[in-house]
Design a binder for this molecule. Sequence first.
Ligand SMILES: C[S@@+](CC[C@H](N)C(=O)[O-])C[C@H]1O[C@@H](n2cnc3c(N)ncnc32)[C@H](O)[C@@H]1O
Length: 328
Amino acid sequence: MTTPDLFADAAAGPVGHWHQHADVVVLNTDVLTALATVPDGLATLVISSPPYNIGKAYERQVTLDQYLAWQSTIIPELIRILARSGSLCWQTGNYVEAGEVFPLDLYFYPLFKKAGLTLRNRIIWHFDHGLHASKRFSGRYETLLWFTKTDDYVFNLDPVRVPAKYPGKTHYKGDRRGQPSGNPLGKNPSDFWAFLQSQWGDAVWEIPNVKSNHPEKTVHPCQFPVELVERCVLAMTNPGDWVVDPFGGVGSTNIAALKNHRKSIGIERDEAYCAIARDRIRQFQAGTLKLRPMGKPVHQPTGQEKVAQRPLAWDEVGETDHGTDQPR
Ligand SMILES: C[S@@+](CC[C@H](N)C(=O)[O-])C[C@H]1O[C@@H](n2cnc3c(N)ncnc32)[C@H](O)[C@@H]1O
């Protein structure tokens, strides 16, 4: 890779122009305007979490049909910029209207399929925090649809293997009887992204979503954890490849790519988020950006902490009163 020319954006040149010699690009403009400047077949990975049309500060809520019609205009452009060996990862949650839940991946799947992509995995990203629902079960996962453009796609399993639960297992019959049956590099991380820390299996590693006590938290309300993107970057691209995030937010994809020696383009309409993205990239380059290391175990309560103990007052309330269970 050449010396990074970081910010091919409005501040450093024409708005929305992809910069041939940049390794990290932040394009501060509308997604369609920006994509039009990206060459055909550039990206080995397109990865994003689009707006969910749920009334966040950065979006104007419309009907589900209008939202999908808008997203449908972007899909042909995403496929145009995708390399033949490329992957597209689309991470979504639920759109909710009048208490009815519409899982967005159910709606995106036919759009991408009709556009010619092939689904390789529907990955469940499990996290332990979020709103406490009172009229349905609390949502604790979102999904990531992984599509490829052709059957000839990049997939590097070894860099993303995780420790096996029982690495000491051996073949119990045949020529290899008694020899280790697993892979010394670990096992496939599976399509459920909450994985075991050690062979003892008592501590779960999860990729937490980025909430206020997360080291990566910025003012953005829906940030990707960098480690979620990193797993896709490592598995689906090779060093020097281009990774594009069409709804780049505060640059989590740029950072995951840079950290793993890939080139990247983040597209983001909001200038304030672009400014944070540039700042995070600069901090990463200076070695000062706080990141949750990939695969770091989530804190497991020992049961001794005050917050892990059942409040004494609950014993006085009686067995049937379990509180209001309102969103917090
Ligand atoms: C779910 S967030 C993505 C956050 C990102 N994954 C991160 O880690 O920061 C969706 C982003 O899309 C941006 N956005 C919404 N409409 C857009 C448009 N038409 N063009 C470009 N960006 C847009 C929003 O400002 C928001 O930051």
